[in-house]
Design a protein. Structure first.
Length: 160
């Protein structure tokens, strides 16, 4: 009887700790782009929406105003004159740590090369391709510009 209670308690604890991750969209298979046979990317976090195109490269420079967490980790950049934009897909802390580079800090000036991606529901999102720290000149490459596939899905690169 005591073993059964311990087993049930353990299963409940495991279930409760796993439930938060799954409900937050971080369970198995969630949020991982997968390449289809036609070379498009499918975003598994939302089965009805997938990446259709990766284009319209641009470059912006500004101060990091805040960070956006959740789906598509990103940051808001203050471009000056009250203009703030959101750039997504900057990668996790784990990815940055694997490169031996600290993520930008709030107030730090960065230059971001970004691509506008379009999803099958016609929504768009600007994702970082690379981030250059203006003070040091160090550039962190985040994804392939032509496919928008993040380097943390494989090997990352940093250029100095």
């Amino acid at each position: 009887m005591k073993i059964a209670k311990v087993l049930i308690a353990t299963m409940c604890i495991f279930g409760l700790t796993s439930a938060g991750q799954v409900l937050a969209g971080k369970g198995p298979g969630q949020g991982k782009p997968e390449r289809n046979s036609d070379s498009t990317l499918t975003q598994t976090a939302s089965p009805s929406t997938h990446l259709v195109s990766c284009d319209e490269l641009g470059i912006v420079s500004g101060q990091v105003a805040s960070f956006v967490t959740g789906s598509g980790n990103g940051m808001e950049l203050d471009l000056g004159a009250g203009q703030i934009i959101s750039i997504y897909g900057i990668g996790s802390l784990t990815y940055w740590e694997s490169l031996g580079v600290d993520q930008p800090c709030i107030g730090e000036t960065v230059e971001v090369e970004y691509a506008t991606i379009t999803f099958s529901d016609d929504s768009t999102k600007d994702v970082a391709v690379s981030i250059t720290f203006v003070d040091s000149g160090e550039t962190v490459e985040l994804r392939e510009a032509d496919t928008c596939i993040p380097f943390w899905r494989g090997s990352g690169r940093t250029n100095q």
